[in-house]
Design a protein around this ligand. Structure first.
Ligand SMILES: Cc1cc2nc3c(=O)[nH]c(=O)nc-3n(C[C@H](O)[C@H](O)[C@H](O)COP(=O)(O)OP(=O)(O)OC[C@H]3O[C@@H](n4cnc5c(N)ncnc54)[C@H](O)[C@@H]3O)c2cc1C
Length: 473
């Protein structure tokens, strides 16, 4: 991976600009480079600041003898509560086995056994080094990227906005200046760090979603924030579904089980929230399978060999994002999105565990191919002195407001004040959540607790327009 000076990077002509170096960004960059493109990856942090690096559980694909893409699709749709976009689900599950092969060809080593996780009817989750799957994939992809002379990586450069010219995206406005490109792909991850209790790295603020909306692209389904049921109460560290898949038990303070540990996440999270707190008992499982995770629990001051550890729900995965077709195209020509910042509709109203790393790999590849196939800019972007970008400040107070107003259980009284929040994405979350007068999947409204069949539609937001419900096939 080469790190050019700012001037070199600004002047370099590339076929594809990728913003973000998580798994979606790196897969997109590698795919495009393998197809002969010159690519630049711009990322505001180092590799370990991505959510991808922290992913523990694994990546799903129907590869077992007793499994099939149809069964994987049925489980995905079941979790998504009537809102999964059928064509996106079919694409995800059908292409999954081939994308696992790609990862292995890029040097990822998966363990021999397929894991069983919550909501999956078959064992189909690939793991690497126990609970280190995201890290192993991220590092393997980064090694490939470093070795590829067609890919330039600019780290520690925050992108502030998109360069919009003649009705299309013509590049980015980065901290140290604009960079033009015929195709720009956002792989900026989710927005979980807007909530005070989160499993996400601090940089997961939904900045790509904000810049796409400001540039005129549609965004959707931002009311659907998935809360992971089992984060360590002390520090928000995620205790993966794989632990419950392996037999870890959820207990209340009197030591009684109170929920099906493998039920979908929203059900488990609300069952814990209803009790106030819970304990995860790791004593029944083979803890040697998860050495790094067990070490981190010990570092946080708990001994899982002796007693159950306290857990609580935390903001985890952003189901909504920048609206894209199945090839990563946003509604703004020249702008593409993949991974957690995108909204293909594949997860519906609740994401099935281990489908999001898969989403990065499947749709990242497709977006790369589409970006290279689509029409080039067709004009020379003007010198861009006039370009400016708006950036939101997110502080502890706002994060607390998000937890209280747009948390696991919300209502109009808590959401309405967020419409005046000092940052765009919290306002968009509140707008979507207020528009949906029902409870569905991870969106639970105390004032509308019932799922309404006629609202099985995506909440779409476009600048200057009221929210709209759309049905996607
Ligand atoms: C603790 C944890 C465990 C998880 N476990 C699993 C799991 O087991 N299986 C699974 O399928 N999913 C899991 N997930 C979800 C999954 O990890 C993410 O959905 C996925 O990794 C997102 O990848 P991404 O490439 O879209 O974004 P990320 O990996 O979040 O990468 C985003 C990138 O964008 C960059 N960026 C953001 N804003 C800017 C900006 N303004 N300018 C420049 N760069 C920017 C960031 O620095 C980063 O490089 C987990 C998530 C967490 C937090």
């Amino acid at each position: 991976m080469t790190t050019p000076t700012v001037n070199e990077s600004r002047e370099k002509r590339v076929d594809l600009l990728v913003v973000g170096s998580g798994i979606a960004g790196l897969v997109t960059a590698l795919t495009a480079a393998e197809h002969g493109a010159d690519v630049m990856v711009v990322s505001k942090g180092t590799l370990s600041s991505s959510a991808s690096y922290h992913a523990q559980g694994g990546i799903a694909a129907a590869c077992g003898d007793d499994d099939s893409p149809d069964l994987h699709a049925a489980d995905t749709i079941d979790a998504g509560r009537g809102l999964c976009r059928p064509s996106a689900v079919e694409t995800l599950v059908t292409e999954a086995p081939a994308r696992i092969d790609d990862l292995q060809a890029w040097g990822v080593r998966f363990g021999p056994e397929l894991g069983l996780e919550g909501g999956h009817s078959r064992s189909r989750v690939f793991h690497s080094r126990g609970a280190e799957t995201g890290r192993e994939i991220e590092l393997a992809l980064a090694r490939q990227v470093r070795a590829d002379s067609r890919i330039t990586v600019v780290e520690n450069e925050r992108v502030l906005g998109l360069w919009r010219e003649r009705g299309r995206c013509a590049g980015i406005i980065a901290e140290r200046g604009p960079i033009s490109s015929p195709a720009t792909l956002l792989a900026t991850g989710g927005a979980g760090a807007l909530w005070s209790r989160t499993t996400n790295p601090r940089g997961a603020l939904g900045e790509g979603i904000a810049m796409a909306y400001r540039a005129g692209a549609a965004v959707a389904d931002l009311e659907f924030m998935q809360f992971h049921p089992t984060a360590l109460s002390a520090n928000g560290m995620l205790l993966s579904e794989a632990l419950r898949g392996a037999g870890a038990l959820l207990l209340d303070t009197s030591g009684e089980r109170f929920t099906d540990e493998l039920a979908p996440r929203d059900i488990v999270a609300r069952a814990i929230a209803a009790r106030g707190s819970a304990l995860l008992d790791l004593r029944p499982i083979d803890r040697g399978r998860f050495p790094a995770l067990i070490d981190r629990i010990r570092e946080a001051g708990f001994d899982p060999d002796i007693e159950p550890v306290p857990v609580a729900p935390a903001a985890h995965y952003t189901l909504g994002g920048i609206v894209t077709d199945l090839d990563g195209r946003s509604t703004l020509p020249g702008l593409y999105a993949a991974g957690e910042c995108a909204c293909t509709g594949v997860h519906g109203a609740n994401r099935l565990a281990s489908n999001s790393l898969l989403e990065c790999v499947v749709f990242g590849r497709r977006a790369a191919l589409a970006a290279l196939a689509d029409a080039p800019l067709g004009f020379d972007p003007e010198p861009a002195e006039a370009l400016s970008a708006e950036v939101d400040r997110v502080d502890r107070k706002l994060r607390e407001q998000m937890w209280l107003g747009a948390g696991l259980v919300r209502d109009a009284a808590g959401l309405e004040p967020l419409c005046k929040a000092p940052a765009l994405v919290p306002r968009l979350v509140a707008e979507c959540a207020l528009h949906r007068h029902e409870s569905r999947g991870v969106h639970f409204r105390a004032d509308f607790p019932i799922e309404e069949p006629e609202l099985a539609a995506h909440t779409v937001l476009r600048q200057g327009q009221e929210p709209l419900f759309e049905r996607w096939s």
